[in-house]
Design a protein around this ligand. Structure first.
Ligand SMILES: NC(=O)c1ccc[n+]([C@@H]2O[C@H](COP(=O)([O-])OP(=O)(O)OC[C@H]3O[C@@H](n4cnc5c(N)ncnc54)[C@H](OP(=O)(O)O)[C@@H]3O)[C@@H](O)[C@H]2O)c1
Length: 240
């Protein structure tokens, strides 16, 4: 895809990987409409010249606010990047089901709702793209994040199915699978984390190449292991 001149809606564009995607896509000449939640980070991106819609996408009202704000706008690209974890361990305590539900809505329902609301708009554009940010954990889960991993595996499955539906149309569907990246999502967890700017660079490259998947960093290796032995991939990942 030629990114210059495209209008891109990017959820979770105020921090982490999304913030870096916003900066890099803007540098390529795209017009960005970000969504964000925390007021200070929304204000920071507005000060950098970005249009930002404030919305909590872990609930229906937030999705509705984004859809209303975008009504009548021509959108070429939707990047479903906003996401959060909901770690728990049954050996230690019962999970907080409200927290689990917010995670499921944010990571899975919100992308499905936004894609559904924006499909006609995207299909009306000469060249359009949906980018769903899943995770290496969509391929094989880690024990500490059962709900998070389930949402990412589900979003991966959804992405593959709608890609088949949209084959032959001008709407390209890209799945981006980051490895462990140094953001607030992974604070206090993991080592040898990738910098968010490098992760964003590889996702942008996937967009420019019209790739089906942007397997970022170590996820390329995970995909190779998984293609040879899914059982081995699961054994490696479950410990993280
Ligand atoms: N970091 C990793 O290692 C890693 C690995 C694989 C996949 N991913 C995926 O990559 C994506 C970006 O993650 P990240 O690491 O960059 O996370 P991050 O640094 O925590 O940033 C997440 C972005 O999403 C927004 N967001 C979070 N909860 C929200 C909510 N309830 N409503 C609306 N916006 C919300 C955040 O806004 P606020 O600043 O207001 O919270 C922020 O802009 C996620 O889908 C994540 O699952 C990350």
């Amino acid at each position: 895809m030629q990114l210059a001149g495209k209008t891109i809606v990017l959820t979770g564009g105020t921090d982490g990987i999304g913030r870096e995607l916003a900066l890099q896509l803007q540098a390529k000449g795209a017009q960005l409409i970000l969504t964000g939640r925390t007021a200070s980070r929304v204000a920071e991106m507005q000060a950098l010249g970005f249009e930002v819609i404030t919305a909590d996408l872990s609930q229906q009202g937030g999705v509705d606010a984004v859809v209303a704000a975008l009504a009548g706008r021509s959108i070429d690209v939707l990047i479903n990047n906003a996401g959060a974890g909901s770690d728990h361990d049954f050996r230690e305590a019962k999970p907080d089901l409200s927290d689990n539900d917010r995670c499921i809505f944010l990571n899975l329902n919100a992308p499905i709702h936004l894609i559904t609301h924006m499909m006609n708009t995207l299909r009306a554009r000469p060249e359009a793209m949906i980018v769903n940010v899943t995770s290496g954990l969509a391929i094989a889960p880690r024990a500490g994040g059962p709900v998070y991993c389930a949402t990412k595996a589900a979003l991966r499955s959804y992405t593959q199915a709608i890609r088949a539906q949209l084959a032959g149309t001008q709407v390209h569907v890209l799945e981006a699978l980051p490895p462990v990246v140094e953001t607030k999502l992974t604070a206090g967890r993991g080592s040898r984390k990738m910098a968010p700017a490098e992760c964003a660079r590889q996702i942008v490259q996937g967009m420019e190449r019209n790739a089906l998947e942007a397997n970022v960093g170590m996820v390329k290796l995970l995909q190779a292991v998984n293609s040879l032995s899914p059982a081995l991939a699961r054994k490696i990942m479950i410990r993280f």
